[in-house]
Every structure is written in C-alpha cells, then in structure tokens.
Write a new protein. Structure first.
Length: 98
C-alpha cells in the first residue's frame, strides 16, 4: 500500500501524525504513511483542525477542500485533498506524486 493515491483530481493521503512537536513539517515516511509533525496539542480535535490548515496551505487549497476521511481519534489518518493546486517541494518524497 502506498502513502498516497489519486482519486480523479483528488489526492488521498495516508498520514501518521505527531502532535505537540517542535515544528510543523513533513518528516518523511513512517512505514507506509507520510509522517507529519505538528505543534498543535492532541486535545479536543485541535491537532486535527491544525492538520487541515497545514495541508491546505501546503497544497494551495482552502481549508474546506481538505477533509479527514478516517482517524479522528488516532495518529493514523486518511485525508482527502480536493484538486490540489500545488505539491510541496520535498526532494524524493513528493516527486512521486505526479
């Protein structure tokens, strides 16, 4: 299983979230998932809301175009990004998206 797949123009990401991190960034792969570090705490959905904003900015879309498909209470998440306008520049990682 890959950490991403295209569903028409939409991108589905399999993510492993690390909340309460020192910085917000893509941290490579964690098994077969994209590891994302976020400074937001894992309390009352704050990390999930922060993740939607982080991904929206990274992929050049509005927050309403990013949705959590599964993993609301788990670090393992499946996220849908509707028609991403750009792909983050991370050598060796996102080059495989197109």
């Amino acid at each position: 299983m890959s950490w991403f797949r295209w569903d028409g123009d939409d991108l589905i990401l399999e993510c492993h979230l690390q909340p309460a991190a020192r910085s917000d960034d893509f941290a490579g792969l964690h098994g077969d998932r994209l590891k994302i570090r976020l400074t937001a705490p894992p309390v009352e959905g704050k990390a999930n809301a922060y993740l939607m904003g982080f991904l929206a900015k990274a992929f050049g879309v509005s927050k309403s175009q990013v949705s959590l498909l599964s993993g609301e209470l788990n670090r393992q998440k499946r996220v849908k990004i509707c028609a991403p306008k750009k792909l983050p520049e991370l050598p060796g990682l996102f080059g495989r998206l197109s």
